[in-house]
Design a protein around this ligand. Structure first.
Ligand SMILES: [Zn+2]
Length: 246
């Protein structure tokens, strides 16, 4: 009977390790996805600002060229003023000169606004970039770290799977079925010990006479409150945990 209970207890210890590994592995991809998403958001925003800045610069260059052209035209019109033959020609020229003047000042004003906008965008980009660089660096480090954890996790998992495969045949079929059933119902913990006169699973006190019975090990006992399989401390202590889990 002691071997029967030990096998159950060992199985539980191995499954505890596998449960921890499984919950760790479950979180890893989500971590990486979150970080990736944050970087993508910052990058998109940065790209949009960069695009807006270059578009503004492009408009400003067009304006400057157009202003130069208008300036040349205006000079030409002004020189033509001296050679006009009639009032109609004179009026047409002064109108063109005024039009050019108006157009130039409109573009000048627009360029000032564009330049202000570009300055703000550059400041924004400069503010953002170190953050993004830092974040990318963090992701890179985190990624390496997570990959290492994932690899270690996988390694440990196959190690404990091996251990489990060696122990499982030692557990009686009926005990294993019960064990798996309780594990499912009690989110993992099916085999418990007695700690400070209580079930280590649900912490309900186990009466002294019941504890005595459990210690006798004449059959497999379940906690009257939570239904988990109770092994006496003698069994728990006889299992060499370090050897089992190392
Ligand atoms: Zn209990």
């Amino acid at each position: 009977m002691k071997d029967r209970l030990s096998a159950l207890y060992e199985l539980q210890l191995i499954d505890n390790e596998l449960d921890v590994l499984e919950s760790q592995r479950g979180n890893l991809p989500q971590h990486v996805r979150d970080l990736d998403q944050k970087i993508a958001q910052i990058s998109t925003s940065l790209q949009a600002k960069e695009l807006e800045r270059s578009e503004s610069e492009r408009k400003r260059i067009i304006n400057t060229k157009e202003m130069e052209r208008l300036d040349e035209a205006q000079k030409r019109y002004k020189s033509q003023l001296y050679t006009v033959r009639n009032n109609k020609e004179y009026d047409a020229l002064t109108k063109s000169i005024d039009q050019a003047e108006e157009d130039i000042s409109k573009r000048e004003m627009e360029n000032e606004l564009l330049l202000d906008k570009e300055k703000n965008l550059v400041a924004d980009i400069d503010n953002f970039k170190p953050g993004l660089d830092g974040f990318e660096q963090e992701l890179k480090e985190k990624g390496t770290e997570l990959t290492a954890i994932a690899n270690l996790n996988e390694e440990q998992e196959s190690f404990f799977r091996g251990k489990r495969a060696a122990i499982e045949p030692k557990v009686r079929k009926q005990d294993l079925a019960k064990y798996l059933q309780i594990r499912k119902a009690k989110s993992g913990k099916a085999v418990v010990t007695i700690k400070r006169n209580a079930c280590s699973g649900c912490h309900n006190v186990i009466p002294a006479n019941r504890q005595l019975e459990i210690r006798k090990m004449d059959h497999v006992y379940n906690c009257a409150s939570c239904g988990r399989i109770i092994v006496p401390s003698e069994v728990a202590e006889s299992v060499n945990k370090e050897a089992l889990l190392a």
